[in-house]
Design a protein around this ligand. Structure first.
Ligand code: SF4
Length: 369
């Protein structure tokens, strides 16, 4: 049967998988085949980093955004959101919490702004984090910026950057963004991140209206062709206050089906790109609070991003419906995470940077060219 033949090829020669092969892997014929897929991907994850999960303390430091993505709860035109930017003190306290908790890394995430005040603010945050007595690997997720800005932030101490393309299909990208968003512009920004020396990450939403298995296979090829170091992807979750959420509200067990499809995307991505970091995102946990992220790890993901920001901010940073742990304090989040990883035979990689191996392989490969 095609599926098992291609799964064998994925184990031995993942570089030879084409779009057709990837589409077959994304659509296993039955539950047993799906389980084999997850197990094969999990074995690759264990080969990459053992039975450990890299942690990133997530700081959602501002929900002000100049963009209007049609799916996003903090889009510019959503006037039901109370807008905030954390004070410098609050941000640095949150970063220190990530260090104290032993997370080894922190992610600074915000809406997109390109004004000078914002660019300066991020640079100042990075410089202040460097003064903390922790060796924190910092990831930024602050949208599309100029090369000059990326270089400034890189020099100030950030070493990873996440910029999701959301779909590598131009047709779908256009359908979920307003007219002023440019597909080519997003791809160019990913190239600028690599030029600035960042460990570069991107990702997609899974189960978008009108998205096919063939589209998702193209997404994985895009990850490979763009030579990405990190992938962050999750099931699409409608948000009530957005145009897309209003047009396509969830019905029946659609969310559970998207969760399963997202797990298959994680597994196939792990097989195609064995040395990248893949996040088990919060969107998995939103659909299945008890075990969504853990199922992501067992499907081949190796990174989790527990929140370390102030609890009071969380309700104002809801990109989609059902954001989990809205009122849990950070110590409780940490305790629950340790317990839930132990339950699947995994442990947190405390005080480890958890850099993606792919980044170092990419740099070496480019030096040889
Ligand atoms: S997805 Fe990002 S850029 Fe788009 S509206 Fe939301 S925060 Fe802004």
């Amino acid at each position: 049967m095609d599926f098992y033949r291609i799964l064998a090829k994925a184990r031995s020669n993942p570089g030879e998988l084409d779009a057709g092969d990837i589409a077959v892997l994304l659509d296993p014929p039955d539950a047993a085949a799906q389980q084999e897929l997850f197990q094969a991907a999990y074995r690759k994850k264990v080969e990459l980093c053992g039975k450990r999960v890299h942690l990133r303390g997530l700081i959602e430091f501002s929900n002000i955004c100049t963009r209007n993505c049609l799916y996003c709860g903090i889009r510019r035109d959503n006037d039901r959101v109370s807008r905030y930017t954390m004070s410098m003190d609050e941000i640095i306290r949150s970063a220190a919490a990530a260090g104290e908790f032993g997370y080894g890394s922190a992610v600074l995430q915000s809406g997109e702004r390109n004004d000078r005040q914002f660019v300066d603010l991020v640079e100042e945050i990075l410089l202040k984090i460097r003064e903390l007595p922790y060796d924190l690997g910092i990831t930024l997720s602050c949208g599309e910026q100029s090369l000059e800005t990326y270089i400034r932030w890189r020099k100030a101490g950030a070493r990873r950057y996440l910029l999701r393309i959301e779909s590598a299909s131009e047709k779908i990208f256009r359908a979920i963004h307003p007219a002023d968003a440019s597909f080519t512009g997003r791809k160019d920004a990913l190239q600028r991140l690599k030029d600035a020396g960042f460990q570069t990450g991107s990702g997609v939403m899974i189960g978008l209206p009108g998205q096919s298995i063939a589209d998702l296979a193209q997404d994985i090829l895009f990850f490979r062709e763009t030579d990405l170091d990190m992938i962050g992807m999750g099931p699409y979750l409608p948000q009530d206050e957005t145009p897309l959420g209003k047009m396509f509200p969830d019905q029946g067990n659609a969310a559970e089906k998207r969760l399963e499809l997202a797990l298959r995307m994680i597994a196939v991505t792990r097989l195609v790109l064995p040395d990248v970091n893949i996040a088990a995102t919060t969107a998995l946990q939103a659909i299945s609070p008890a075990d969504g992220r853990e199922r992501g790890i067992l499907a081949g993901a190796n990174v989790i991003m527990p929140n370390v920001g102030d609890v009071s901010r969380r309700k104002d940073y809801q990109l989609y419906n059902g954001k989990p742990a809205l009122d849990e304090n950070n110590s409780l989040i940490r305790e629950k995470l340790i317990a839930s990883l132990a339950a699947i035979g995994e442990q947190p990689g405390f005080n480890e940077a958890g850099d993606p191996q792919h980044f170092f392989n990419r740099i070496k490969k480019n030096e040889r060219i």
